[in-house]
Design a protein around this ligand. Structure first.
Ligand code: S3P
Length: 179
């Protein structure tokens, strides 16, 4: 990790249901920083929900909007940013995260993702295209090698998310000590 990187904005990546927003919100509070959720910023920019954007304009248009919004958020320099699950797959976003932020992959097992995403059915258009478990398994295969480029990896499972927040804080503190 590059020197001085630990005080950069923290960007959370990982699959749907990994807990990026919940962990991000608590992490920001613990660090005394502001928090922004990229999906919420996209909804605000579009004036419509994510399922509605997918339905009305299709996934490529969503990805274009996501890229523009996330690059703006990164330029604004927020303290903690939770990205939508697909954002880190975009090369321009990944390059900018690498340049400006410290990235944290919340790595979750399939059961955890299936269980957590099932709590909010209808919220994630990608999982409405078929069997959510099969889709999540396929996304894990495709995306985990890319998420693995993140600076820090923290495993998350069925336990309370406070433990995950603590682990992220410890890893950031370790980065601080390395300077
Ligand atoms: C997506 C994840 C979602 C949202 C959109 C697409 C993805 O965000 O951006 O439905 O491609 O994985 P969460 O990861 O916050 O659910």
């Amino acid at each position: 990790m590059a020197q001085g990187q630990c005080e950069r904005p923290v960007v959370l990546v990982g699959l749907m249901g990994a807990g990026k927003s919940s962990v991000g919100r608590r992490l920001a509070a613990a660090l005394g920083r502001d928090f922004v959720d990229a999906d919420d910023a996209i909804v605000e920019a579009a004036g419509m929900s994510i399922p509605d954007i997918f339905e009305a304009y299709g996934e490529p248009a969503f990805r274009d909007l996501e890229r523009r919004v996330v690059l703006r958020l990164l330029a604004e320099g927020h303290g903690v940013v939770a990205l939508g699950g697909g954002a880190f797959l975009d090369p321009a976003i990944r390059a900018e995260v690498r340049r400006r932020a410290v990235s944290v992959w919340l790595r979750a097992d399939l059961e955890t993702l299936v269980e957590r995403t099932a709590r909010k059915p209808g919220k994630r258009p990608l999982l409405m295209r078929g069997d959510p478990r099969a889709i999540l398994r396929e996304l894990m295969e495709r995306r985990y090698p890319v998420y693995a480029e993140a600076d820090i990896v923290v495993d998350t499972g069925p336990g309370p998310i406070e433990g995950v927040v603590r682990q992220v804080m410890e890893r950031l503190a370790a980065c601080e000590r390395m300077r």
